[in-house]
Ligand binder design. Sequence first.
Ligand code: AHG
Ligand code: MN
Ligand code: MN
Ligand code: MN
Length: 343
Amino acid sequence: IAEHADLGDFKTLEQFILETQSEYEHSSGSFSRLLRDMSVAAKIVNRDMRRAGLLDIYGQTGITNVQGEVQKKMDALAHKEFVLALRRGGECCLIGSEEHAEAIPIDASSESDGHYIVLMDPLDGSSNIDVNVSVGTIFSIYRIPDDVPPEEATLDDALQPGTDQVAAGYIVYGSSTMLVYTTGHGVNGFTLDPSIGEFLLSHRNLQTPDRGSICSINSGNYHAFDQGLRDYLNWLQEYDENDPNRPAKTRYIGSFVSDFHRNMLMGGIYMYPSTQGNPDGKLRLMYEANPMAFLIEQAGGKATNGKTRIMELEPESLHQRTPLFIGSPDMVDRAHAFLQGNA
Ligand code: AHG
Ligand code: MN
Ligand code: MN
Ligand code: MN
């Protein structure tokens, strides 16, 4: 108990940002303040989430969002809190959100330059909110081109390929709340200590195993999968005395953030493929696939749409969807071989 009670030696997120800012900072302190703004919003959403059953924030808003999905009250609340925090902070000139059809322009405050664009899924895993299962927030950060004044930034400036991301991250509101992010120099994870209200560095330089035994897919869609994917899923279920990772374990929470977080730590593959009827799958390129692709590549993994590296896709619209295969590198390679019929 004495060992575990020694909780004094963790670095705060703020301290870590300051110490590492020379790795990514483009102008004095602006990006560091943007990350701080995101973490403040995360704490506010976390606070509300922890008491969701006591506040009137379960259930639906009665609105259908731009995705054609029924919006939950927590979707709307998380969207509002992140937009407010970014507006207050003044480092961001444009926001794109799953819960808002158009890009949202932000007036930069006078003392900041506001050159950043934030694209976000404010609340990921909506179907799990009302039943007390882990949900999350996903974000992706870009810089507007140097010749564009912040007040003139438009959606076109946000439609950059994932390779241009300055940073990406997520918050998982799980059995503990964690913020995980990358600026292209590895992936670091911070656990919220609610007693002091700080995110503390708990997972330094996260790396995903080359392969693992976890397969995450909504197998209820099996009837609509391509034959190559069915063959891969069947192969994963086979017993092979020489393969310690088969038969694979099926784990599917239905909150991408939570499935991703577990798989990154333990080794696995998450798939939301194209199906008959939904050739582009379900997940959104700009605020779900790209940020997670950046994170998994920084952790040694891979992310593709079944053919092409996710981060090299040229975006056409804010809410566009893409099939997604993401996780441990050997598993994504193997899935590809099956999809292309040469396994
Ligand atoms: P969101 O709640 O942000 O709309 O995202 C839902 C996504 C993702 O979190 C999850 O993995 C997937 O939808 C689940 O979809 P299915 O229910 O079709 O499996
Ligand atoms: Mn949704
Ligand atoms: Mn989502
Ligand atoms: Mn969402």
